[in-house]
Design a protein around this ligand. Structure first.
Ligand code: G6P
Length: 612
């Protein structure tokens, strides 16, 4: 939610800021703006995307070597020019960009209104910059002190960067809850909500911690103070992001590129962990907690969105293979419902970004209760990675498309390995079954590659369904979450209403919706409940619904009744989710393309939801 970029040094700030905003646009695209100091502080902002900002500043003075920029996902106030960031202080001499929500902004605003200030926007951010300047002027203190005092009054989440016309040689940044990374150049500094805008300039970064304020002055070392004025030692890390992953590489959309990357990303999430030669699975990141995992009373998986669906797949796998009771919780519910937690429970938080506010809050709650918390996360160095006791990175590489694809299959791959690792040690599956699964798992990347060859066929099917209003997705067992994920993908990018349901539950409600207009996507691969799913397909057909069936290659039974059939390569039924997800991703993608939707930036969504 909202992307922030800042630069201070000897280079022209504008290209760095605009490139950075383009990289961060996945975090929100309601409005964009920037502020640069060149003698005077200049501020340009507009409703719309980064490209609209580029058009807006085309004939304006954008020179200067210090600046901040912002791309917004609206929280307070509708997305318009006025509510766009940056926001001015009352004197117009300071500008601030902010990601997060200041919860007590109303009471702070009332106080400032009483003191005669006026506001042009409806945002909480304008309140904060007014407060900072008010404190600076009234207390007659320097700007860093004023920021400290203002932040000590703030309740909520923020990542902020501030520049001041009177001190053009300094950039101030602070964070609580929302992420901020400082890049350390030779004689300059970069700052951003994640490392992607920074990596092409420097690989040395400092991830700010909550309550920290960074003071960046070119020619001096980075200085970090806390809100309560403790001096902190910066921990400089090396970035390991492949720049090529941040480009579309000839694909029309990041989403399609990321769908196609899955053969590699699934392989990468197994690399060094699963070895056919030794017949072993080792998850180095959680090694220290292996005993705890083996003896866990329960595993509680917490996540949001697509990551929550990965958790549901994990529940089936962990219970089936490792015989440990599992609960899957929406992080947003878990954090507020006073969950009953035992010391021998293990909480595993799953998150692509590692920054989802609800997931982070759920982790903090579990930690407060003394429970071991592990993470499954894609973004190296993210908040989740830093606050969990241990974890496994998914290694899917940067995911830019707002609709999650390769991160999901990588999360499922980690969960499969975790379930297998525990089952091997606890001997809850036979050696033979374990080794079979290991062999099959190693063949998944090749089978995903084969699955992708169905792209043209899926596009043709998709074109027949571009005008539908609703869709139903059905699956059973480990494929029920895949049906939900398929439905979510369609909703997210094509704006068609879709529901994912356990196939057998259809008769308890959704069947009432079925008519000749209604596409029903059924995952009917070979498994224990195959015949039952075939009966569900018959029930849909009897009501004239249109069936798109995902079947195991060579299937003949479903072919006789379904309107469209997509074959997936044969594998162990527990591993089908890794392959059956692919045609569902492609189906939504092609439907959305044919409907002319914005694939990588679907309306109202953001990739990283850092507010509640
Ligand atoms: C947003 C994204 C989804 C994602 C969810 C959880 O809603 O649009 O694609 O699944 O957040 O994000 P996380 O980074 O925690 O996996």
């Amino acid at each position: 939610m909202c992307g922030i970029v800042g630069y201070i040094g000897k280079k022209q700030a504008y290209p760095i800021l605009i490139n950075g905003l383009r990289r961060l646009e996945y975090r929100g695209y309601d409005s964009a703006g920037l502020s640069i100091i060149n003698g005077l502080l200049k501020l340009y902002k507009t409703k719309g995307k980064v490209i609209d900002l580029e058009r807006f500043v085309r004939d304006r003075d954008i020179s200067g070597t210090v600046g901040i920029a912002h791309t917004r996902w609206a929280t307070h106030g509708e997305p318009n020019d006025v509510n766009a960031h940056p926001h001015y202080s009352p004197s117009g001499k300071m500008a601030l960009v902010h990601n997060g929500i200041i919860e007590n902004y109303n009471s702070l605003k009332k106080e400032l209104l009483n003191r005669g200030y006026t506001f042009t926007s409806e945002t909480d951010t304008e309140v904060l910059i007014h407060l900072i300047e008010d404190i600076k002027v009234n207390e007659n203190i320097d700007i860093v002190k004023a920021v400290q005092m203002a932040l000590s009054q703030v309740v909520g989440a923020y990542a902020i960067v501030l520049i001041c016309e009177e001190e053009p040689g300094m950039l101030i940044a602070a964070k609580q809850g929302s992420p901020l990374v400082v890049g350390i150049g030779e004689d300059d500094f970069y700052i951003a909500s994640d490392a992607t805008p920074i990596v092409e300039y420097t690989r040395d970064v400092v991830y700010l911690n909550d309550q920290e304020i960074a003071i960046l002055k070119p020619g001096e070392h980075i200085k970090i103070l806390t809100v309560s004025n403790r001096i902190m030692t910066p921990y400089i890390q090396k970035l390991e992001i492949n720049l090529g992953n941040l480009e579309k590489r000839g694909f029309p959309h990041f989403m399609l590129k990321e769908i196609y990357e899955q053969a590699n990303s699934i392989h990468d999430s197994m690399r060094g962990r699963t070895s056919l030669q030794s017949g072993m699975i080792k998850l180095g990141g959680v090694k220290k907690y292996e005993d705890k995992l083996l003896n866990a009373r329960r595993i509680i998986l917490v996540a949001c969105g697509t990551s929550w669906h990965a958790g549901l797949v994990g529940e089936y796998l962990l219970e089936f293979l490792a015989r440990i009771p599992v609960e899957v919780e929406y992080a947003s519910e878990f954090r507020y419902r006073q969950p009953v937690l035992y010391k021998d429970d293990i909480v595993i938080a799953i998150s692509q970004s590692g920054e989802t506010a609800d997931t982070i809050a759920a982790v903090k709650l579990a930690k407060e209760k003394g429970v071991t918390v592990l993470g499954i996360c894609n973004v190296v160095g993210s908040t989740l990675a830093r606050i969990t006791d241990a974890g496994s990175y998914t290694h899917a590489g940067p995911e830019i498309g707002v609709a999650s694809t390769k991160a999901f299959t990588a999360q499922v791959t980690i969960l499969i390995q975790m379930a297998l690792m525990i089952s091997m040690k606890k001997k809850t599956v036979s050696k033979e079954r374990f080794l079979n699964l290991l062999v099959e798992l190693n063949q998944i990347p090749a089978k995903v590659k084969k699955m992708l060859k169905a792209n043209d066929q899926i596009r043709e099917i998709a074109e027949k369904f571009i005008n539908v209003k609703n869709a139903l997705y059905l699956g059973r067992g480990v494929n029920y979450p895949i049906a939900m994920e398929g439905a979510l993908k369609l909703k997210e990018i094509s704006y068609i209403h879709a529901e994912g349901y356990p196939a057998a539950e259809m008769k308890h409600g959704p069947i009432a919706l079925i008519d000749v207009e209604m596409p029903v996507v059924v995952i009917a691969t070979q498994c224990e409940t195959y015949e039952k799913v075939v009966s569900n397909i018959q029930e849909v057909k009897a009501r004239k619904g249109k069936i798109i069936a995902i079947v195991t290659e060579g299937d003949t039974e479903v072919r006789k009744i379904a309107d469209h059939v997509i074959e997936v390569p044969k594998t162990d039924e527990l591993l089908v989710p890794l392959i059956a997800t692919i045609p569902l991703q492609l189906l939504s993608y092609h439907i959305a393309v044919a409907r002319g939707c914005n694939i990588d930036q679907p309306r109202n969504l953001a990739k990283s939801v850092t507010v509640e």
